[in-house]
Design a protein around this ligand. Structure first.
Ligand code: PEP
Length: 253
């Protein structure tokens, strides 16, 4: 599928930010500004506590809502965790998995992420799988090996269930929250590698959207979105304000 045919996704990862009032205001503001767009997908990723309020605020629009994490089990003695059934019960449509903050701060392994991806898809939740190298790995020339290794580990054994419901986000760890964005060329190179890796796994690589994440801002989104294998953006800091996220959603490539 040509890049132009892959509908772009602009997704916000709100991380651990915002009261309920903040979340409602942000979601309502975005619903008003970008809620009716049909030529691209807009996804909001609030913290667990605000999922229901954000779902309510975007009702009747085309915006969809993602959780930022989940456990792979449906229920059990897992204090502090949230299951795929609970997310479905709320009406959540997708889930961000394998974010580098989950991997680095909370010690999530490739094995856990693989279980989470398989479980989310089995429960009909679309997945945004995050992968990316650290600065030390980039400096050591290991970027493509690390990124393809993470993709392979997370998606091993997947088949038809991934169709239409799997998105990958390339998020170099050194670019997240640092203001240091990858160049278009660096991002495109990693995205092309991820697409080749998806193909090698027997997945419909030409149909799977690959997002770039890491210090995406209103003033750099246009250049990134012009690259052929960049199918959207996963945005942290700049997704927390209506004005800046609206400009990102309305990128001009
Ligand atoms: C993220 O956490 O997914 C992210 C890309 O953050 P930021 O845009 O703030 O770098």
């Amino acid at each position: 599928m040509a890049a132009a045919k892959r509908k772009k996704i602009l997704a916000g990862n709100w991380k651990m930010h915002g009261t309920l009032a903040d979340a409602r205001a942000l979601a309502r503001g975005l619903a008003e500004r970008v809620g009716k767009l049909e030529d691209r997908e807009v996804v909001l990723g609030p913290p667990f506590t605000a999922l229901a309020a954000v779902l309510e605020a975007v009702k009747g629009t085309r915006i969809t809502v993602a959780a930022q994490n989940m456990h792979w089990e449906e229920k059990g003695a897992f204090t502090g965790e949230v299951s795929p059934l609970m997310l479905r019960d709320l009406g959540v449509q997708q889930v961000i998995l394998g974010h580098s903050e989950r991997r680095e701060i909370f010690g999530e392994s490739d094995e856990w992420i693989q279980k989470k991806v398989a479980s989310a898809l089995a429960h009909d939740l679309a997945v945004i799988l995050c992968v990316g190298e650290t600065l030390a790995q980039r400096d050591a020339g290991e970027t493509l090996k690390v990124v393809s290794g993470q993709v392979e580990a997370a998606l091993r054994g997947l088949g038809a269930e991934a169709k239409g419901r799997l998105t990958v986000a390339y998020e170099p760890v050194w670019a997240i929250g640092t203001g240091r964005v990858a160049t278009r060329e660096q991002a495109q190179e990693a995205h092309a590698e991820i697409r080749a890796c998806l193909k090698g796994l027997g997945l419909p690589a030409d149909e799977i959207r690959i997002l770039y994440g890491g210090s995406v801002k209103p003033d750099n989104v246009d250049g990134l979105m012009a690259e052929p294998d960049i199918d959207g953006a996963l945005v942290g800091g700049a997704s927390l304000e209506v004005e800046s996220f609206t400009r990102i959603v309305e990128y001009r490539a």
